[in-house]
Design a protein around this ligand. Structure first.
Ligand code: SF4
Length: 160
C-alpha cells in the first residue's frame, strides 16, 4: 500500500436505471453483505469519492450529469459499471432516447454483468476495482498519468 491509501469511498449514480441494479447495490451496504468490512462507505459527495458506481445507460438528459460527477471525483479514481444497461444500454439499447453504455462518455475500469447484477457480483466488481485503484495510486506516486482520454465526440453528438 502506498502513502496515499485510505478507506475507499464510493459514489453511486443512477443514470436512467430501472432501479433493479440500485436495489442490489443498496443490499451490498446492508449488514447481510456488508461492504463496510472493506472500509467502503457510500458518500453523496463526489469530491470525497474514489469509486464511481453507475447503473443504467446514458441519454440526453443525464450525459452532462454523469461527466460532471466523474470530473469532480479526484484522481486516482475507478469507475464500475453495474448491470448490462451501464455496459451497453442492455435491453433498452435500441430505444430512441438511449445512447448506450456509460463507456461512451467516461472510461470504465470494471464491468459487472447481470440484469439485475447480483450483490455477490457487485462486491466482486468493487473488490476488483480496489486493486485497480491501488495500481493507479502507485502510478500517480511515480508521476505516471492515470486519467484516460474522455470521449467528448459522443457527448457532443447527442442522440440526433
Ligand atoms: S441491467 Fe436490468 S436491472 Fe439493471 S438497470 Fe438495466 S434493466 Fe434494470
Amino acid at each position: 500500500m502506498t502513502y496515499l491509501s485510505k478507506s475507499p469511498w464510493l459514489l453511486h449514480y443512477n443514470a436512467s436505471s430501472c432501479n433493479g441494479c440500485d436495489i442490489e447495490i443498496l443490499a451490498c451496504l446492508t449488514p447481510m453483505y456488508d461492504v463496510e468490512r472493506f472500509g467502503i462507505i457510500n458518500t453523496g459527495n463526489p469530491k470525497h469519492a474514489d469509486i464511481f458506481v453507475v447503473t443504467g445507460s446514458i441519454n440526453e438528459e443525464n450525459k452532462d450529469v454523469l461527466v460532471n460527477l466523474y470530473e469532480q471525483i479526484p484522481d486516482p479514481k475507478v469507475v464500475v459499471a453495474i448491470g448490462i444497461c451501464a455496459a451497453s444500454g442492455g435491453v433498452f439499447r435500441e430505444c430512441y432516447n438511449v445512447m448506450g453504455g456509460i463507456d461512451k462518455l467516461i472510461p470504465v475500469d470494471v464491468y459487472v454483468p447481470g440484469c439485475a447484477a447480483r450483490p455477490e457480483s457487485i462486491i466482486d466488481g468493487i473488490v476488483k476495482s480496489l486493486g485497480i485503484l491501488e495500481e493507479k495510486r502507485t502510478a500517480m506516486v511515480k508521476g505516471i498519468p492515470v486519467k484516460p482520454e474522455m470521449n467528448t465526440a459522443v457527448r457532443e453528438a447527442g442522440t440526433e
